[in-house]
Write a protein of this length. Structure first.
Lengths: 217, 217
């Protein structure tokens, strides 16, 4: 695990994102930007996906956090290569931070690179990192009104993964409501419902990702 | 309910925050800034508190949201005066937005003004709104590692309200861990644990607020 301190933006974000994407394409690495609120279950989703795709694909992770490396340590325990970016207060990752982290990756050992963004349902929406897919993660315990209240991040995502489905009996979350909002905001997005700790829905999500990976690079 | 579109910052935030505080002090209104992730349960906490303090204090609310007025509609149903600020994409409220909203308040009808900030555990930390107290709301379902990962917002808060305690049996949330982190980051902060939908812990939280209100203005 390496730790990189975020530096100031050196180039316009979109230009750098395109450069990142070209670099990933040239290396044959498919890249997925994972966004969502603090505590939505992004790291736990990655842990469950990695257990399911083991042997089929070679994942790596860039972890974005304000401070510390708690999530990167969880990923490293799985034997998955991980680079930690500490944003030092910044509320989202940007393409410049990713460009710096890409230099630390052994491309030969990686098929698919997951970028776990800072927990933030607002600011992460505006920054293309050079990914091929963006997945927004929303937990049932956050409530079914979040797409209506934070539309931008749902609008720009290729899939919605509803996590913590095991909490459904204990919440007033209505999956029909968020599904209707998501269909309106992002009609082509896939919607998955998972309970990552017990494995529900993980195979379907993993299969979709592997299919995207196969067709996307 | 009034809806105000956020305008650009006209003055430095801190100066405007002091002006807001002076204006509130002159009017005898105690102001509480409520921050937390999307879906932490900020609105539900306010609903429960208002039911408990009914007759003892006269509350009002400024609701900050990226889009829409879902939360303001919930507050208005309780007969509590509410002003909706739509930030139109901005990730936090600032003192200028609050200054605009204060003009819509009938100060004679208000003892305590709650500002429900945009759901964001990062960006809201940096903006004094002119409040007297800041409360950070964290739900058990978000995980006990959040103070370690997002220290700034916990550090600057006068109280931590841990919500959704009814989900504790269904999560791996360890209250001792977040309490230890909070004691380190904000040694003088109060910590409450509530299950707002069924009322647990609300009386203690409300009593503390009423006592702060009595001594604070």
């Amino acid at each position: 695990m390496k730790i990189i301190a975020a530096r100031k933006l050196l180039k316009a974000n979109d230009q750098l994102a395109e450069e990142n994407r070209a670099r990933l394409d040239a290396a044959g690495v498919f890249c997925v930007n994972v966004v969502g609120s603090p505590g939505a279950g992004k790291t736990t989703l990655l842990e469950a996906l990695f257990a399911t795709v083991a042997g089929r694909v070679k994942p790596a992770v860039i972890e974005g956090d304000i401070a510390g490396s708690l999530d990167a340590e969880r990923i490293a325990k799985l034997g998955v290569p991980v680079v930690q970016i500490n944003t030092e207060g910044a509320c989202h990752l940007d393409a410049n931070m990713i460009a710096a982290a890409l230099g630390s990756l052994d491309y030969d050992a990686v098929d698919v690179l997951f970028i776990e963004n800072v927990g933030n349902l607002v600011c992460t929406a505006g920054f293309d990192l050079g990914e091929h897919l963006r997945i927004v993660v929303l937990s049932t315990s956050e409530g079914d009104d979040k797409a209506a209240k934070y539309p931008a991040i749902f609008q720009g995502s290729d899939a919605l993964v509803i996590t913590k489905a095991d909490l459904l009996p204990h919440t007033n979350f209505n999956a029909d409501r968020i599904t209707a909002d998501m269909k309106r905001l992002a009609p082509n997005a896939e919607i998955f419902q998972v309970a990552a700790l017990r494995g529900d829905g993980i195979v379907a999500t993993a299969d979709w990702l592997v299919q995207k990976l196969s067709s996307g690079r």
